[in-house]
Ligand binder design. Structure first.
Ligand code: HEM
Length: 368
């Protein structure tokens, strides 16, 4: 090696490092975050929603955990409804901030870690929509669809945990909550950005244990409480899980997307009995559970899907009609069956008849 190369090489290397320092920082940040996901390069406005779990049509009613391994590639999803829902999320975070966003002081580390995980996932999975950039020494995430930009690491961040969780739910289509363990070994709601709630608000229930949160749910404590506690305690960063839930929602004729998604009171007001078929919506949730590796808190994600009853496939309609017959009185009441049940039955019968006529199974429908 010549004297020239001994002097020149380090100088070239140093100037390359200075020239590409931002890129190197992003690369190091990505390396530190670990495993990547297959990138989806489609425009979100062309993406169909992640398929919601169909109504199973169980023969017997029981509160079920019904958890399965998380489809990790699709922990967080984007689809064609992103911008419409983002406008609702933005309005809620401005106009109903306290009702939809609360973080207890002890959740600050977990909220920040959740934002880092969310940002890393979205940049890897949707590289055309989200990008990591460096500002001075801090990585930021840039959302190309909304133009929003958030500081996701390092110094210069506000100490307030709500800022981190707000940034995370402005990026996602999912609502996000942080569960932490209390001194009695029970998980509780330490932070939550629940913008699309089903009959509750975060300011009423922040700090509640999982058990207390479910007090209004019939049979929850008898049938599932112990299994849920064990499941949450055993969750590891390498074993994320998911489950699904469905509700029936009845909207008023004049309600818009904001009113349909933000339901702090009830999903079906009692005075709305005898709704029209267009006013009945199958509201499904895909719930995900991930333990954060650094802080050990659990991130609970909820993606809400809306399917108008009129668009429900016949098999699922049949499954709904079957399941609602199996509900005990108090379960039916909890789910608002007295508001929409008769209408759903009537519509099911008429859809079934029409299908039978179409497929030529019956000669005379009027005799029924
Ligand atoms: C494996 C875990 C879980 C199971 C099995 C479960 C199960 C359920 C069930 C069956 C319902 C009633 C819905 C219906 O019948 O249509 C419900 C409602 C609810 N769940 Fe969970 N849940 C779980 C985790 C969570 C977590 C982590 C939260 C934290 C935010 C949560 C918050 C709620 C709330 C707020 C309600 C509504 C209660 C009300 O009517 O006031 N759940 N859950």
């Amino acid at each position: 090696m010549t004297v020239f190369s001994l002097v020149a090489l380090p100088i070239i290397l140093l100037s390359l490092i200075v020239r590409y320092q931002k890129e190197i920082r992003i690369w190091l940040w990505t390396l530190q975050k670990g495993k990547s996901h297959n990138g989806c390069t489609e425009n979100p406005s062309d993406l169909k929603p992640y398929p919601a779990q169909p109504i199973p049509g169980r023969e017997r009613y029981r509160v079920m955990m019904d958890i399965r391994k998380l489809d990790a590639q699709n922990w967080l999803t984007l689809d064609k409804n992103y911008m419409d829902e983002h406008r609702v999320r933005d309005a809620l975070l401005r106009e109903k901030r306290n009702q939809v966003l609360q973080c207890l002081p002890e959740s600050v580390g977990a909220c920040r870690e959740a934002l880092e995980e969310v940002s890393h996932f979205l940049c890897q999975r949707f590289p055309n929509t989200f990008e990591t950039t460096m500002h001075e020494i801090n990585p930021h995430i840039q959302n190309r669809m909304t133009g929003e930009k958030f500081n996701i690491g390092g110094a210069g961040r506000d100490e307030n945990p709500t800022d981190a969780l707000e940034a995370a739910v402005r990026l996602t289509m999912e609502d996000l909550s942080i569960l932490m363990m209390n001194e009695d070994g029970e998980y509780y709601l330490a932070a939550s950005a629940s913008l699309f709630p089903t009959g509750w608000t975060v300011d009423q229930r922040i700090g509640w244990t999982i058990s207390r949160l479910h007090e209004p749910v019939p049979l929850w404590h008898q049938q599932v409480a112990n299994s849920v506690s064990k499941f949450l305690a055993r969750l590891t960063p390498n074993s994320p899980m998911e489950r699904s839930n469905y509700f029936i929602e009845v909207k008023r004729p004049d309600e818009n997307l904001f009113d349909i998604l933000y339901r702090p009171g009830s999903l079906c007001e009692k005075d709305l009995s005898n709704p029209s078929s267009e006013e009945i919506i199958i509201r499904r949730e895909r719930q995900t559970f991930r333990r954060l590796p650094r802080t050990g808190a659990i991130v609970f994600g909820v993606k809400t899907f809306l399917t108008p009853l009129d668009e429900l496939p016949m098999q699922e309609f049949e499954n709904l009609a079957k399941e609602m017959e199996t509900w005990p009185e108090n379960v039916g009441e909890y789910k608002g069956k007295n508001v929409w049940g008769a209408k759903v039955k009537e519509l099911y019968r008429s859809r079934k008849q029409n299908a039978e006529i179409k497929w030529g199974k019956r000669g005379d429908v009027t005799s029924q």
